[in-house]
Design a protein around this ligand. Structure first.
Ligand code: PLP
Length: 382
């Protein structure tokens, strides 16, 4: 179904077309300088020593787990809200997810719960997770800085999934003013068509750790003369996760537009906030108290699931696209879950929230139409 007012559209134009034409005429579609230039942009923007462009954000998550040598029998802690890649990547390496509830209004991992779980297990000498994937959900910075000391103490690695959060930064702590992705051991990014910037499809993985980087490079391409052995003499097979030069060329032009994109996203979000402020049945998802978000996808919370579903249907009837946030992971995993406890916050947020059109091409007029349609849908429901 195509919508008159779409949720998220890539922001590409004549600058991208001109540059891609040049790269095509140079016949540097697959391999060329743009790959390393794009990687340099990512590493300098995210204060990482090493950045590797790869084929998708999902591949970046897979590479992150492979490079940390996470495998069968290992556990990876993740928040209940994110994207399906967060659990599929754990499954690719045969590890087990351990899911933590989120904060009520941002959807970010409730870091206090994670710390309590780790501390409690450590006190009883129980097995600890090997890694934590912290997702900066909807582009709002999560409290990764509070996780660092407990994770260092117990040698648990931290992966920051910044797929929705390029441009977001911390506003306090040691990482004050620095981009998300600079606190954990590894950061991952997605540049698919609905992300802050796009390479058509693509991703990246960054780290400051040379050993992790060496592993990433091993696993991400098939260009090896010799394959690595594990202690049990089984071969570690690499993958083909290389991103093409033409995609990186697109990413380079998109990077030049990043500040404008972020400014427009913030403007869209502020307009929604102002227009819904004080409404008894609508609120916006919260801004992070740990940093400034990318405002990737403006999201409202309605005061019931019934009302949320009603608003969603009304918008669809008018040709306006809105979407639910991704299903909580505990829904997907069902009774395979290792800890079927409460996921109250993530469940509430999933059942009552609705993401709204947030493309940078969204005109003032179209945004006004979205807002008015929501308000009258709510009026009609009462
Ligand atoms: C939080 C998060 N992680 C990972 C991904 C996967 O990225 P890709 O679609 O590039 O594989 C996405 C994509 O939507 C995402 O939102």
């Amino acid at each position: 179904m195509t919508f008159r007012i779409p949720l998220l559209e890539p922001a590409v134009g004549i600058e991208e077309a001109d540059y891609l034409r040049e790269v095509i005429l140079r016949n540097e579609i697959a391999i060329g300088n743009e790959i390393s230039l794009f990687e340099q942009k990512i590493s300098s923007y995210t204060n990482s020593t090493f950045a590797t462009a790869c084929s998708t954000g999902t591949a970046a998550l897979h590479l992150a787990l492979l490079s940390l040598e996470i495998g069968h029998g290992d556990e990876v802690m993740i928040p209940d809200l994110g994207y399906i890649s967060n659990i599929s990547s754990i499954n690719y390496v045969n590890a087990d997810p351990f899911i933590i509830d989120t904060e009520p209004k941002t959807g970010n991992m409730n870091v206090k719960l994670a710390i309590d779980e780790i501390t409690e297990r450590a006190r009883h000498g129980h097995k600890l997770p090997k890694a934590i994937v912290l997702i900066h959900f909807l582009g709002e910075p999560g409290d990764v800085q509070s996780l660092i000391s407990v994770s260092r103490e117990h040698e648990i690695k931290i992966i920051e999934d910044c797929s929705q959060a390029l441009g977001a930064y911390f506003t306090g702590g040691k990482a004050k003013d620095l981009s998300v992705g600079c606190v954990g051991d590894i950061s991952t990014f997605s540049f698919n068509g609905n992300k802050i910037i796009t390479t058509g499809g693509g991703g990246a993985i960054a780290t400051n750790n040379p050993e992790i980087h060496e592993n990433i490079i091993y696993f991400f391409s098939l260009k090896h003369n010799k394959l690595k052995d594990t202690i049990k003499d089984s071969i570690k097979y690499p993958f083909n996760y290389v991103l093409s030069n033409i995609s990186c060329a697109l990413g380079l032009i998109q990077f030049q537009k990043l500040d404008c994109i972020l400014a427009k996203k913030a403007e869209i979000n502020t307009t929604y906030q102002k227009r819904f402020e004080g409404h008894p049945q609508i609120e916006m998802t919260s801004e992070s108290q740990f940093g400034k978000g990318s405002k990737w996808l403006s999201t409202i919370i309605l005061n019931s699931k019934v009302l949320r579903d009603h608003v969603r249907m009304s918008l669809a009837d008018l040709g306006i696209e809105s979407r639910l946030i991704s299903q909580p992971f505990h829904f997907i995993l069902g009774n395979r879950l290792n800890k079927p406890s409460e996921f109250i916050n993530s469940t509430n947020l999933y059942e009552t929230s609705l993401t709204l059109p947030s493309s940078i091409s969204l005109s003032r007029q179209d945004q006004e139409e979205v807002i008015e349609s929501i308000l009258s849908s709510i009026d009609g429901a009462s």
